[in-house]
Design a protein around this ligand. Structure first.
Ligand SMILES: NC(=O)C1=CN([C@@H]2O[C@H](COP(=O)(O)OP(=O)(O)OC[C@H]3O[C@@H](n4cnc5c(N)ncnc54)[C@H](O)[C@@H]3O)[C@@H](O)[C@H]2O)C=CC1
Ligand SMILES: [Mg+2]
Length: 327
């Protein structure tokens, strides 16, 4: 999907983008609709009647609308729901819904979720991220882990219950710390092999059971680049739908000057290096325009604005001397 296509859809239907395989509705009418298959995403405004007709056209039972999950509401208090249409899932009962035909019928097109997230405004990205994470959680929690029986979603999708033993399952979120390490004058940026070509980011890692955030930061930094944290302070947090549903907790950390030699753990990282404030500021300025095609023009590029890593890096560039809290 190109940006102009998005605008067209927005202006024509007053819509925004959503998760792979999702369809959004406000109750009772109209529906805010999103649709797509795995890793692709699109949405537009519709009504429940139109959607029922559309599902009928594709030979689908409109009963699948009951699988919708509540993800938020408009300023007019209309509820917004998301539904996975399972366009790309061969195991799904909806597999017969053909992507191209759906695109034509809904007058939209599909793009990858990662790309969609980075093209949206913060509000829409947050809705999309919630929808994607919640729908995926429901998809992977269809059965009770105690009884093996099918679990049942409540109307809003905020939980699932096992009818045989009344065990309630709530959606899970995994805490992840993301830390921008500085030695006072430079900051540490890292690359994982899975990152888009040329992109560097802050250092991230999942919290282990039993750890405090501070302990996770210290462990991850020691494990991935062999540095010891001197001071640490919290910056902000963000829900992130990858790889499943994480709460990204963003921090700034400093290491002592003179203790900055990197021992890069190549099992976890492809590269790690110190960058001066000037270098990072230059890349940040160009980053709005930057993408993989343009990466030849700049030495590297940074995560897009919507990612909390971008905010951390921007904070450091703009306000290098934050008052530290004890780690
Ligand atoms: N929003 C943002 O700005 C950014 C977000 N991230 C996110 O942070 C996440 C964590 O960063 P990594 O460096 O990959 O973490 P990491 O350094 O902890 O390594 C990932 C590995 O940890 C293990 N692991 C432990 N607990 C896990 C869990 N609950 N779920 C999945 N894997 C688990 C797996 O073996 C996995 O391969 C990434 O998935 C990425 O999406 C990373 C950078 C920027
Ligand atoms: Mg990591």
């Amino acid at each position: 999907m190109n940006p102009s296509g998005t605008e067209q859809i927005f202006s024509q239907y007053s819509t925004c983008l959503y998760r792979p395989g999702s369809l959004m509705r406000s109750l009772p009418w109209p529906i805010k609709a999103a649709y797509s298959g795995d890793e692709i995403v699109e949405l537009l405004w519709s009504t429940i009647l139109k959607l029922e007709r559309l599902l009928g056209k594709f030979g689908q039972d409109s009963q699948i609308l009951e699988d919708s999950v509540l993800i938020g509401c408009s300023e007019q208090q209309e509820a917004w729901f998301a539904l996975d249409l399972g366009l790309n899932s061969s195991s799904s009962i909806n597999a017969s819904l053909q992507k191209a035909e759906m695109e034509t019928a809904l007058q939209g097109s599909f793009i990858k979720l990662t790309k969609a997230l980075f093209e949206l405004n913060v509000k829409d990205a947050s809705l999309l991220s919630t929808a994607q994470a919640l729908l995926r959680w429901h998809d992977t929690h269809q059965f009770c882990s105690r009884s093996g029986q099918p679990t049942k979603k409540n109307v809003s999708g905020s939980k699932r219950v096992c009818p045989s033993n009344n065990i309630i399952y709530y959606p899970q979120v995994a805490p992840v710390v993301i830390t921008l390490v500085s030695d006072g004058t430079r900051c540490l940026l890292v690359r994982q092999s899975s990152f888009p070509k040329g992109m560097y980011s802050a250092l991230a890692g999942f919290c282990d059971i039993g750890e405090s955030l501070e302990e996770t930061v210290r462990r991850e930094i020691a494990e991935e680049v062999g540095l010891e944290v001197d001071r640490l302070h919290y910056s902000a947090s963000q829900h992130w739908p990858f790889p499943n549903s994480t709460l990204m907790i963003a921090c700034h950390a400093t290491v002592k000057p003179g203790q900055t030699e990197l021992q890069v753990n190549l099992k976890e990282l492809e590269a790690a290096a110190w960058f001066s404030r000037d270098e990072v500021a230059t890349v940040l300025r160009r980053n709005n325009l930057s993408n993989q095609q343009q990466s030849g023009a700049v030495p590297f590029w940074l995560p897009p604005k919507l990612a909390i890593a971008h905010q951390l890096i921007k904070e450091w560039v703009e306000k290098p001397t934050c008052s530290p809290l004890p780690a």
